[in-house]
Ligand binder design. Structure first.
Ligand SMILES: Cc1cc2nc3c(=O)[nH]c(=O)nc-3n(C[C@H](O)[C@H](O)[C@H](O)COP(=O)(O)OP(=O)(O)OC[C@H]3O[C@@H](n4cnc5c(N)ncnc54)[C@H](O)[C@@H]3O)c2cc1C
Ligand SMILES: NC(=O)c1ccc[n+]([C@@H]2O[C@H](COP(=O)([O-])OP(=O)(O)OC[C@H]3O[C@@H](n4cnc5c(N)ncnc54)[C@H](OP(=O)(O)O)[C@@H]3O)[C@@H](O)[C@H]2O)c1
Length: 531
């Protein structure tokens, strides 16, 4: 079905730029058939795929977009074979944290080779619950074997383990944001002492973190246990309780299975019922965003045998970070740009496992277990090609690496960076380096969007709109486009902005503009590393 997208009334109180942006936004929002803009499609300026041509891979799997909410992804996959529907429930990052890609994890579940439904870190509980529901609420695959998938970029077998992590050494986790900032973003430098940490720009670094020992101590106290009590850990090995909780268990988001164990062992019937409802995912039941300590505090009658509880928790998963350095520039080092997760909930300070492991709990000189996650879908083009990099916030990380690489290799292609953060004074990450790159000509264009420096928000996509004609000219010159950073908001809105620019500048209707971007993606000229 196609809709006519609404157009802002002529007297609406917006500047021409805001009006253009909102019209584009509405056009994108109303989908494929929308006709908000009085543009005509001309074949002369842009070659869209001819009718009947083979669709590029991304269109075969339209739900494979981390910027789409789960319900939209599931709707797009409705009626597809079960492994496609399962795939639509994944986080869509192909981040490899589960040991698979989204598609191969789904295929492994569908054919029964994988029974663990909680491996998807970016998808979290929402994904594991959706998987369970798709499998008929049982969490088990129907006995009918899944047909072989029509598209496959990998085989569904056992997950690819990252291998034994290497020990890097923390050199620093220095603050990049300045006094007065609402944010804390860190420049993490890790030294590769083994000489075995081999990476390319665009790769991610997996960090194998430990839980906060203070939190582990509180949990052990609440359990009324001793730290050295042997328990069955999530890896199937018997270990001291403190070690299992510190290194092997996901304690920030207890698994549904662990909540079920708590429910089944709760002496208080009300507590048991609430825990059971939580495990089944009833919305609004029980404490929101509860970690293991919350559950033990709020449900004091739930005290299962230790091994039963510990082995039902999810295994701790590594976290990925975009590498912010080029190995040719930062010899023997890997740099990261990390936003530590810290917030208050129920009068207790909560901290992200890996981000605060790196930024708060490891001291300079201490070891950090890491591995490289190769990211072939996020690579620099040939050296003479222009590139446009869109990376607000921590999304700047891989682009710092790209620039270092282009400098180190003498690549002559033009470079354009869009960067955004709340305030210029406190949040202009790598300001000195970037302005130096502008001065010496490595960065041909730098456009910044400081969102909170004025009354209304200014984001990177607004700057892109202001420079639409030049951006289009770069694209027509063969530029490669890169986006990195927040998936659900930024990457989605940037894509809408891009579609608008392509439509307007290339005189295409929204369908053709979307097809243009899909073609860029299929050609490897539009690459995203979003989370
Ligand atoms: C490919 C890829 C690249 C990435 N690159 C980077 C990067 O360069 N830099 C970077 O900083 N991160 C990056 N990330 C994100 C990173 O992997 C981690 O997800 C992030 O650091 C948080 O992990 P954590 O272990 O510290 O937090 P976790 O222990 O996993 O906790 C995070 C969870 O806490 C909850 N939460 C967070 N804030 C709040 C809040 N205010 N209120 C309530 N709940 C909250 C959310 O449920 C969130 O999922 C990347 C992710 C991927 C997949
Ligand atoms: N998995 C995790 O737990 C975790 C940990 C760290 C970071 N992250 C994610 O990674 C993202 C990156 O964090 P960050 O601190 O580096 O940057 P960020 O929060 O994304 O902010 C960077 C800039 O982008 C702006 N922005 C907000 N919404 C936008 C939109 N729809 N389109 C374009 N720009 C937008 C922000 O403006 P305003 O803020 O002024 O609106 C800010 O100026 C976070 O948003 C977060 O979702 C996740």
């Amino acid at each position: 079905m196609s809709f006519i997208a609404p157009i802002l009334p002529g007297n609406a109180p917006f500047t021409p730029l805001q009006r253009a942006w909102l019209d584009g936004y509405l056009a994108a929002l109303f989908g494929d058939g929308a006709t908000a803009l009085p543009v005509t499609r001309t074949e002369a300026t842009i070659a869209v795929p001819p009718p009947g041509a083979q669709l590029p891979a991304p269109q075969d799997v339209p739900w494979h977009d981390p910027a789409l909410p789960l319900d939209e992804r599931l709707a797009l996959a409705a009626g597809q074979p079960i492994e496609r529907q399962l795939m639509a429930a994944m986080g869509q990052l192909d981040c490899g944290q589960c040991g698979y890609q989204c598609q191969s994890y789904a295929e492994a579940i569908a054919c029964g080779a994988e029974t663990q439904l909680t491996r998807c870190v970016p998808g979290g509980k929402v994904t594991s619950r959706a998987l369970k529901e798709l499998l008929g609420g049982t969490g088990k695959v129907a006995p009918v074997p899944a047909p072989p998938p029509a598209i496959s970029r990998g085989t569904a077998s056992v997950p690819a383990a990252p291998g034994e992590p290497l020990l890097a050494r923390l050199i620093q986790a220095a603050q990049l944001t300045h006094h007065g900032s609402d944010k804390d973003t860190r420049h993490v430098i890790l030294a590769d002492e083994s000489g075995a940490l081999s990476y390319e720009v665009g790769d991610n670094l997996g960090v194998v973190a430990r839980n906060d020992s203070a939190l582990v101590v509180q949990i052990i106290e609440r359990l009324g246990a001793k730290p050295d009590t042997p328990v069955l850990s999530t890896d199937g090995v018997e270990r001291p309780l403190a070690e299992a909780l510190s290194e092997f268990c996901e304690i920030r988001r207890p698994s549904d299975q662990a909540i079920e164990v708590l429910s089944s062992r709760a002496h208080d019937i009300d507590e048991s019922h609430i825990l059971q409802a939580m495990a089944e995912g009833y919305p609004g039941i029980g404490p929101e965003d509860a970690d293991l300590l919350d559950l033990l505090e709020i449900f004091p009658s739930a005290r299962p045998p230790l091994s039963e509880l510990i082995s039902a928790l999810d295994p701790m998963q590594p976290r990925l970070y975009s590498i912010a350095s080029s190995p040719r520039h930062a010899l023997g080092e890997a740099h990261l740009t990390v936003a530590p997760v810290r917030y208050e909930k129920r009068a207790r300070r909560r901290t992200g496992v890996a981000s605060t492991f790196l930024c708060d709990r490891r001291k300079p000189g201490e070891p950090v277990p890491v591995f490289v996650r190769q990211n072939d879908g996020f690579r620099l083009p040939p050296p003479d090609r222009p590139i446009v990099m869109i990376g607000p916030g921590t999304g700047i990380a891989p682009f710092r690496a790209f620039l270092q690489e282009r400098r180190a290799t003498g690549a002559r292609g033009r470079n354009w960076l869009f960067f955004g953060n709340p305030r210029r004074r406190s949040d202009f990450l790598f300001e000195n380096e970037l302005t130096e790159y502008c001065r010496d000509g490595l960065l041909n264009r730098l456009d910044t969007a400081f969102s909170r420096d004025q009354d209304h928000k200014v984001y990177v996509q607004h700057r892109m709109l202001e420079r639409a004609a030049q951006l289009w000219a770069w694209l027509e010159d063969g530029a490669h486009l890169y986006v990195c950073g927040d998936a659900p908001r930024m990457a989605r809105d940037v894509e809408r902005g891009l579609a608008y620019i392509v439509g307007k500048q290339g005189r295409m209707d929204p369908v053709a503009a979307k097809a243009y971007l899909a073609r860029l993606a299929a050609e490897g000229r539009y690459q995203r590393d979003v989370y």
